[in-house]
Every structure is written in C-alpha cells, then in structure tokens.
Design a protein around this ligand. Structure first.
Ligand code: ADP
Ligand code: MG
Length: 598
C-alpha cells in the first residue's frame, strides 16, 4: 500500500479544477470579478500553455494575505457552509490559486486599496518566494506559465495552441456577454484582439445588445428578439434568434444563472419548447439568457469547475424559461399589429396577376417603398422579410405596405399540385408548401376563433361515429373546448353525432381526426390530464384535417387567398407541426446556381 503524498493528492484534485489553460483563465477572471474590477486585461501566449496573464483594477490583496491565498482552502469569501446559500461571488472554495500553483509557475503582484506599495510573490520549481514589495498601480496582476510542466501525463493531453486558444476565447466570450459593464482587453501572442469598452449604463448580468453585436455579430443581433421576464422569484433577460434564422446547428446557447455561465440541458429544452411552433422540427437557433434567482434556490457547488448547478425546483425554472421565450415570440412576431388596418383586396391582386401574365411592362402600381436584397444570401432575404413583420409601422406607413403588397406579385402558379410558386416584382421567389401553409392558417384561425357563430355549417344529416366508452367520456369532458372551436356534437352510449362544424371542415373525415387527437398522448387519461398543455397540439391536429391537401388542384383565386392568408399569420414560416411552409429564393440565389455573374 502507498499513501499518496499531499503534493500528489493536490495534483489529482487539480485535475478536476484545472483541466486546461482555459480553466486557469476562468478562475483568474472569476477572481478579478469578485474583486470588483472594472477593467480586466487578459494576455495569452502559445494558447495559454506558455503563459496566461490577467491584470485587473480591483481592490487588490492585503499584504498580510498575499502569502496565504495560495494555501489550500483559503478564501476570503466563505466562512461557513451556511454562507454557501446566499453566495453570489464567483469563487468560494479557495482552491483555485492553490491548485494552479501546484501545476504551473505563478507570479502575483497586487496592491490593496489602502496600501502604499504593492506586494509580489512567485512560485517556481524551487518553491515559493517570500513576499516582496513591488511597484504596482491599483489592482492585481497574475501570471501563470508553463502549465502542467511538472505533470507530463497531463501536459500530453493538451491540444494544439490554436485549439487551446479557441477554448480560452469560448470561455472568455461568455464573460464578455454577461459583464457588459466591464472593460475587457484580450491580447493573443502580443497582439490586441479584443478591446471591449464598458457599455454605458449597462449592468452586470444584463445582456447588452451592443456587446452582443461585438461578440456574436450582426447577423444575430439585427433581428434578435429581446427577452424580458420577471415573476415567481425568477427574472430572465437576454436575446433569442429570430425563428427565420434557424439552422441545423446552433453556434451559441449561452445560459447564465446569477451571472455564472453554466450548461443545463433542461433549460435548453425549455427554450426549444418555447419555440416549438415557430421552428421546423429539429432545427436550431441561438440564444443568450441571463437568469437571476434567489441564490438559496440553486446549488452551485455540484461541479468541480462550477459549470453546472442544481436547482431546488428545476421545473419552475424551465417553465419560466419556456414562457419567457414563448411570450417574446408571440409578442414580437405579431403580424396582426399591422393587419388590423389592412384590408384584403383580391381583385387588386388578380388585376396585377393578369396584367403581369399578359404583358411584360412594369406594374401599373409603381413601387413606392420596395427594397432590394443587399446580398445574395437567402437568409438575408428572410431577414428583410422578417424586418417588415417586426417593425410596427405608423398609420401612414400601413398604406404603403398595403400598396406594396398588392403590386408585389408578378406570377403565382402551382406545381405538382403540391407547391405554389410566387414570383415577386423585386426578384424574389417563394415556394410555398400548400398543405403546410393551409395548416398554419387554420391553426391560427382556430387559436384566435372568438366569434364561433360565424362561418359554421349545420349538417343536414348528423355524422355518426362509433367510439369507445372512454373516448366518448373524454369528448364529453372537453365538450366546451370543442364547441368553442365550432364543433357541436351529441354523445350517446358508444356513438357521437356531429351536428355543426366550422365550414372549412366540410370535407373532413371526423373519425380519423378524433382518432388522431386521442392518440396524441400514450393514453386518454394522460391526454386528459395534460389537456391544457396539449391544446395547441390538438389545434394543430384539427388544423391539419381542415386543410388544403397536397395533391389538390387550386384555382388562381384559391392560390391568392392561400398566399394572402399565410402572409397574415403570426408565424408564416412553418406549419404548426414545425415543418417549413415557405422556401424563399431570390434571383441571386438562382443566378449563383447557374454560375451566372451578370
Ligand atoms: P476563491 O476565489 O474561491 O476564494 P481562490 O483560490 O480563487 O479562491 O482565491 C483565493 C483568495 O485570493 C480569494 O478569496 C481572494 O481573497 C484572493 N484573490 C485572488 N485573486 C484576487 C484578485 N484578482 N483580486 C483580489 N483578491 C484576489
Ligand atoms: Mg477564485
């Protein structure tokens, strides 16, 4: 049997806290933040394997402590285990500095607020130096060199300097976003790569769009939707992608709990729940969410590098996140803000259509405010389209939009009895999935149906469907809901008689429709229990049955009305099940495909 020496024990423990140069950077920046720094300068050479330097203008370290802060379990932030419950500082275990000195060479110079001179201490292979006086302005500088120089087995596992640098940048960028009030400077191998001045009037923990723009770029920020939520002891702020920017991979999903960057699959899932009806299935978006909760309701001491937390009541957090995202999308994407004042005018559309079809002259309605796509990127095009939706026009602008909308269509036709092709004047082309579009339209109609007496149809002969007893009971239990949608029925022992339906459902196979509703959950009692939560799924199922189908031939009038109704939807991008409804192309995309440069 061998008893491990304290040195080896320390090095093993170090492995959990200090995995790679990026973990050193994280610990040092945490310390600067805890010291209330307003400016933090980080200098990296050789991917941090050679050296990492962090300088701050924080309150510094009292001379008498300089020696001790490198001892294991020495911290100025936590005295007893109870303190953990209310702690908001980034560090608290007092292990970072001691572990860093056990795996690298360290020198520290610091000047405490109330002291005249600075103090310096160094740790090398030979051990610890004594504390000396040193010239130092405000704050603390710490330099960490030659990481894992004394543990070759760990050093071997480090990646190339450029990979290690990327990992450092990844970690730093999370601080950049949640501390917009701190001025950050980053130098890489002697070159300044970031100089992020503090954002005026910004607050710690409040995501600032200006800082965000510097870090993640304009493609995201131009149309990012602002999230703000406060309630039930939780507040959430941040930004989420416009749903039209969905991709098969996201580039950042940043989550902060009380300003600490963490990962939490439950929260990510909750964000996507919030998006569920706005995104094609499986597609990803980006987001940055900063969540504040009472520190007593979250345990930050569950992960060696504090990258995960444990919530006392996770579902409360998840629900808040889902609601916050959902409300943001509903509020920000409401096309109907404009629609109240917009009257549909099919005859105008048709005139334009006919005119376009028979002559090549320019439209009779001169565009007054038509935009030209700036780039050939179809995403850009969607952005421009979305921007129209997002902006809330003034009264006089509404007229402009109406006008533009009417003259915009050059041609509309159907292909494969399945898709509509819509050509617009400004060299845009939409391909619309007619069934997905109709589903979306019906879904939103059902969601908003207020006056159920309009557009109902009494069946001359009631449709009779046989069901099982529990299914009948389910329908009876939720009769009010179905009636609010316009479905009126009588229940008998094992049959229902459908008497009245919304007119757009006149061709529907109700037996099939209800079967599909019944099978939304594993069984009916589960569905009953979840009824409230499943309402949108039920509406989506119903919407699917009242819809124009693939394979159905449409008249020009029907195509125009479908297109027009779709553009009035809150979210025209996807069907309620999340499949895309529109594919947008512009002339540059098509030219590009043919390698045409003129
Ligand atoms: P912890 O942050 O968990 O307390 P550390 O090992 O990271 O433990 O740091 C030990 C102590 O050293 C801190 O509690 C703090 O008092 C002091 N310290 C470290 N870095 C700084 C700094 N940049 N400015 C002021 N004090 C610091
Ligand atoms: Mg610390």
């Amino acid at each position: 049997m061998n008893k491990l020496t304290p040195e080896v024990v320390n090095q093993i423990a170090a492995g959990e806290v200090i995995e790679r140069p990026a973990s050193v950077v994280k610990e040092l920046v945490d310390n600067s933040i805890d010291a209330e720094a307003t400016e933090i300068v980080v200098k990296i050479t050789g991917g941090g394997i050679e050296s990492i330097e962090v300088n701050d203008d924080g309150f510094g370290i009292p001379r008498e402590n300089v020696d001790h802060i490198f001892d294991a379990h020495t911290t100025s932030k936590l005295k007893s285990i109870e303190d953990l419950n209310s702690l908001l500082s980034m560090g608290f275990r007092g292990e970072a500095l001691s572990t860093i000195t056990s795996v690298a060479k360290v020198s520290l110079t610091s000047r405490f607020t109330n002291e005249e001179t600075g103090s310096k201490i160094t740790f090398t292979e030979e051990g610890k130096s004594s504390v000396n006086s040193a010239a130092k302005e405000k704050g603390t500088s710490i330099k960490v060199e030659d990481i894992f120089y004394n543990i070759p087995a760990r050093k071997k596992y480090l990646k190339s300097p450029s990979t290690e640098y990327r990992k450092i940048y990844e970690i730093l960028s999370k601080y950049f976003l949640v501390y917009p009030n701190i001025h950050f400077v980053l130098e890489k191998d002697g070159k300044r790569v970031e100089d992020l001045k503090s954002i005026q009037n910004s607050k710690t923990g409040e995501i600032s769009i200006e800082r965000l723009k510097d870090i993640v770029g304009e493609e995201f920020t131009t149309n990012a939707l602002k999230v703000f939520f406060a309630g039930s002891g939780i507040s959430i702020n941040g930004y989420i992608s416009h749903p039209s920017l969905h991709r098969n991979k996201s580039s950042f999903n940043n989550i902060y709990i009380n300003k600490r960057a963490i990962s939490d699959k439950g929260i990510v899932r909750a964000v996507y729940e919030g998006y569920s009806r706005y995104l094609p299935f499986g597609e990803k978006i980006d987001f940055v969410l900063s969540i504040s909760i009472n520190p007593e309701l979250v345990d930050i001491n569950v992960h060696p590098r504090k990258e995960e937390v444990r919530f006392e009541n996770p579902f409360r957090i998840y629900k808040a996140v889902e609601d916050a995202v959902k409300h943001t999308l509903e509020k920000e994407l409401s096309y109907n803000k404009v629609e109240e004042n917009r009257k549909t005018d099919f005859s105008m559309l048709r005139d334009t259509f006919n005119q376009k079809n028979t002559s090549s002259t320019k439209s009779y309605y001169e565009p007054t405010n038509s935009y030209q796509p700036k780039t050939s990127h179809s995403i850009q095009d969607s952005l421009l389209f979305s921007r129209e939706i997002l902006s809330q026009p003034k009264e006089e602008d509404i007229q402009e939009i109406q006008k533009e909308e009417r003259q915009d269509i050059v041609k509309i036709f159907q292909i494969f009895n399945k898709y509509l092709v819509v050509e617009f004047l400004n060299e845009k082309l939409w391909i619309v999935d007619q069934h997905a579009a109709a589903e979306r339209i019906n879904f939103e109609k059902l969601q908003k149906r207020e006056d159920i007496t309009s557009n109902l149809q009494n069946l001359l002969v009631s449709t009779e469907i046989r069901f099982q007893k529990n299914e009948i009971l389910f329908l009876e239990e939720n009769r009010e809901f179905f009636e609010s949608l316009g479905f009126f029925f009588d229940c008998k022992d094992t049959t229902i008689l459908i008497k009245t339906i919304p007119a757009e459902f006149s061709d529907t196979d109700f037996a099939k429709l209800f079967e599909e509703i019944f099978s939304l959950d594993e069984n009916l009692s589960v569905l009953s229990k979840n009824f409230k939560k499943r309402k949108d799924d039920i509406l989506a199922t119903i919407a699917c049955h009242g819809s124009v189908r693939a394979g159905q031939k449409l008249s020009t009038e029907e195509m125009l009305s479908l297109f027009n109704d779709l553009s009035k939807c809150d979210n025209p991008y996807s069907c309620p099940h999340g499949r895309p409804a529109i594919w947008k192309l512009n002339i540059e995309d098509i030219d590009h495909n043919f390698e045409r440069t003129y």
